[in-house]
Design a protein around this ligand. Structure first.
Ligand code: ZN
Length: 386
């Protein structure tokens, strides 16, 4: 077992980080393989934070990332004294958090040779925050390691980009994701492949499909009937259904995650689940709850985003069929329905619909109410296909 087991389909990136861990040790043969500031880039679901924490665990582990020692377990639970994990899913990283990070970065490690700071969504740093971090990243203390994660290099200020070593992840192959699902959840190969395809190799989403029948059901319901929408009335009703599904999906997704974080916190503090929390540890749970409340606000928006991603995959399948490319479909289970529509709808309509989805995302980012943006999308689709 090792901390790299959970990283899917990224052999090159794993190699780079494994060499960096060896290079970081005293008297290393290849000290150049190590540096203090890193940026992990890759598409959503490619496992940016998974590999970032694997690297952190390997650096902090006396055995280069065995996956079983107390140090490795504490990194897995995000409770290691020498690990700072910067919260995900907040809308942006505020200046207070950035200042706190900079002051922690100057401290010496407690139990290990290094102090590792993982910033999961570095692209959500606003410019002011970036400048605060810049100095610390530019001239890091020898014992401090920064691991920033972002979709692409372009998401960071050029000044930060030029200070970090970039490790680029690619979308993991369907087979690798399926293999992880089989191993982790003990499910049939066929189910694993279908989940990996429908989640478009997004490891977290694929795991969720196979562990939550309701989530998979919601995905199916959101796609039902979309391709045959032909009237404004149908479009408005479907948009309403999407808004409702997005809300329940967002809430369920958030609840699953919140519970998991709570269990991990219990475990990392050496408490049994359900055991009364000693007074001096209660502050940790209060902080967690406060943080979770902030993130809950984003849940519906994330649910809408997942539906849009699924619809995009449906339209992409349609286009592949029209162009007769002969690649596997994301939504193989809907092949019959897709082929029927592909025979009658012009490619221009499909392409226009894909472009319309990008527009919906822009409108949502500009705070347009989800239902309104979704109605526009579906009315446009229905009118175009009638
Ligand atoms: Zn270990």
């Amino acid at each position: 077992m090792s901390v790299w087991d959970e990283v899917v389909g990224q052999p090159r990136a794993v190699g780079t980080f494994q060499r960096a861990v060896l290079g970081a040790r005293r008297g290393a043969e290849d000290p150049q393989a190590f540096t203090n500031s890193w940026l992990v880039t890759g598409p959503a679901g490619s496992g940016r934070s998974t590999i970032a924490y694997a690297f952190a665990a390997a650096l902090l582990c006396p055995d280069n990332g065995c996956g079983v020692c107390p140090s490795c377990q504490q990194v897995a639970a995000r409770s290691h004294a020498d690990l700072t994990a910067v919260a995900t899913e907040k809308v942006s990283i505020d200046i207070g958090t950035a200042r706190e990070l900079v002051s922690r970065a100057a401290n010496s490690p407690v139990n290990s040779d290094y102090r590792v700071i993982v910033v999961e969504d570095a692209d959500r740093m606003i410019e002011r925050t970036s400048n605060t971090l810049l100095k610390a990243i530019e001239e890091p203390v020898d014992s401090t390691v920064w691991v920033l994660c972002a979709p692409s290099e372009a998401d960071l200020l050029p000044t930060i980009r030029s200070r970090v070593r970039v490790v680029a992840l690619s979308t993991p192959p369907i087979d690798d994701v399926a293999e992880l699902l089989e191993r982790r959840h003990g499910i049939a190969r066929e189910t694993a492949i279908r989940a990996a395809r429908e989640a478009q190799s997004h490891v977290g989403m694929a795991s969720r499909l196979v562990t939550s029948p309701e989530a998979w059901q919601r995905r199916d319901s959101s796609l039902d009937g979309v391709l045959s929408l032909a009237s404004t009335g149908d479009a408005v009703r479907k948009a309403q259904q999407w808004a409702d599904l997005a809300k329940s999906d967002g809430e369920a997704h958030f609840a699953e995650r919140a519970e998991r974080e709570k269990q991990e916190t219990y475990r990392s503090l050496g408490l049994d689940p359900g055991q009364a929390v000693p007074r001096k540890l209660q502050g940790i749970f209060r902080d967690l709850e406060r943080d979770q409340k902030q993130r809950a606000k984003r849940a519906t928006i994330d649910g809408v985003d997942r539906i849009l991603t699924d619809i995009q995959s449906l339209l992409r399948d349609l286009l592949m069929l029209k162009l007769q490319v002969g690649v596997p479909l994301v939504n193989e289970s809907r092949r019959g329905e897709l082929e029927a529509v592909a025979n009658r709808a012009p490619a221009s309509h499909t392409i226009a619909s894909i472009e319309a989805i990008a527009l919906v995302r822009e409108r949502l980012a500009a705070n347009v109410p989800p239902q309104l943006a979704l109605e526009e999308l579906l009315i446009g689709y229905a009118i175009g296909s009638s």
